[in-house]
Design a protein around this ligand. Structure first.
Ligand code: BDR
Ligand code: CA
Length: 310
C-alpha cells in the first residue's frame, strides 16, 4: 500500500479524485484528507470533504487547512463549482466533523512519523503544502513525491495561469523550488479527459450510489463549463492525480523544468514549462503530457462498478 495525503478543495473533480483513491480498485492508503481555501472558502470545502467521506463510508480523518493564500487575498470559483463549492448533488449533512489539528501540522507530523515515505496529492492551491515545507523543511526527506493538479502551458483563470496556481502562486513557487519530486497534471493533459455527453451517458447507466453521485457531479460541472467557457463537458482535472497513482501507464510523461511566475502583469501564476530545455535548468518535474483516454474511462468505469458491492 502506498501512503497518501489528499490535499484538496472539493470541488466536483476533487470529489472524483477521492472516489478513485478510496475505491476497492486502489492500493492507496489514505492517511488523511486535508482541505484548503480554493474553489470556495476552506470551511465549505471541509464540509464537502466530510460529505464525500460519509457517502463513500470512508473512515479517514479530515483536517481543515489554510484559510487564505500565503501572500495575497483569497480568490474563489463559484462560477465553476457553485456557491457550496460542490453544487448539484444533494448529499446528507455529514455525521462526523473535522479534526481539531490544523492540516499543515497534520501533514508535518504524519510525514515525519511515517515509517514509509508519504506521497502528497494536492488538487487545490498549494498553500498547505508550501506552509508545511516552510515550517518543517526536514519533511522533504520523507516525501515520496508530490502528485499535483495545477498549471500547464495555457491558462483557465487568466490567459497564462491555471486556477490552482493562480490562487497561490507564491505557494506554488515554494513547492516547485523545494527539490521534492513533483509529478504535474496541468491543463495540457487534464483537457484531454473531458466528461462530454457520451461519457456522461455511459456512467448514467450505472446505478450504485457513488455512480449516481458522479453523474450528478458531472451534470453540474459540465453545465458550468458550457456556461463559462462555452465548451461541451467538464475536464475532470483532479481525477488525473489519483488515476495516475493507480495506473501510471495511462499517462505519457516527460521530465522538464517548471518555474512559477509570481511577478508578471499578464502572467502572474503561470507555470513556465521548459519543454525544449531552453533554460538549461535541471528538470524538477515529471510533466504529464498525454493520456490514453480509452484506458482512462474504462478504468474509471471499473472503479465506479467496484462500488456496487459496497
Ligand atoms: C482546478 O481548479 C479547480 O476549480 C478544480 O477543482 C481543479 O483543481 C482546475 O483548474
Ligand atoms: Ca480542485
Amino acid at each position: 500500500k502506498r501512503n497518501v495525503i489528499l490535499d484538496c478543495d472539493p470541488g466536483h473533480d476533487d470529489a472524483i479524485a477521492i472516489i478513485i483513491a478510496a475505491s476497492k480498485r486502489s492500493h492507496l492508503n489514505i492517511l488523511g484528507i486535508t482541505t484548503v481555501a480554493g474553489n470556495v472558502a476552506v470551511e465549505k470545502n471541509t464540509v464537502n470533504a466530510l460529505k464525500i467521506c460519509e457517502l463513500l463510508d470512508l473512515d479517514v480523518p479530515v483536517y481543515k487547512g489554510s484559510q487564505r493564500p500565503m501572500v495575497k487575498q483569497s480568490e474563489i470559483a463559484p462560477e465553476i463549482h457553485g456557491e457550496t463549492g460542490m453544487d448539484g448533488p444533494a448529499l446528507p449533512e455529514p455525521m462526523k466533523t473535522h479534526e481539531d489539528q490544523h492540516a499543515v501540522d497534520f501533514i508535518i507530523e504524519t510525514v515525519k512519523s511515517s515509517k514509509e515515505k508519504v506521497t502528497l496529492v494536492p488538487t487545490g492551491p498549494l498553500t498547505n503544502i508550501a506552509m508545511a515545507l516552510v515550517k518543517a523543511p526536514e519533511i522533504k526527506e520523507n516525501i515520496e513525491e508530490v502528485v499535483l493538479m495545477g498549471g500547464g502551458t495555457f491558462g483557465n483563470w487568466s490567459p497564462a495561469a491555471e486556477f490552482n496556481i493562480y490562487v497561490d502562486a507564491e505557494a506554488a513557487q515554494v513547492v516547485f523550488e523545494s527539490g521534492v519530486p513533483i509529478t504535474m497534471f496541468g491543463l495540457d493533459v487534464t483537457h484531454q479527459v473531458i466528461a462530454d455527453s457520451a461519457v456522461q451517458e455511459r456512467f448514467n447507466k450505472l446505478d450504485n450510489k457513488v455512480a449516481v453521485f458522479v453523474s450528478e457531479l458531472l451534470e453540474f460541472f459540465g453545465a458550468a463549463y458550457k456556461d463559462h467557457f462555452g465548451f461541451e463537458g467538464g475536464p475532470i482535472h483532479d481525477a488525473c492525480t489519483t488515476m495516475y497513482l493507480l495506473e501510471p501507464e495511462v499517462f505519457g510523461t516527460c521530465r522538464v523544468n517548471v518555474s512559477v511566475e509570481t511577478k508578471g502583469e499578464f502572467t502572474y501564476g503561470m507555470t513556465a514549462v521548459d519543454l525544449l530545455g531552453t533554460t538549461g535548468l535541471e528538470p524538477n518535474t515529471l510533466f504529464a503530457e498525454s493520456v490514453d483516454q480509452e484506458r482512462f474511462w474504462n478504468l474509471f468505469e471499473e472503479i465506479l462498478i467496484s462500488y456496487d458491492e459496497a
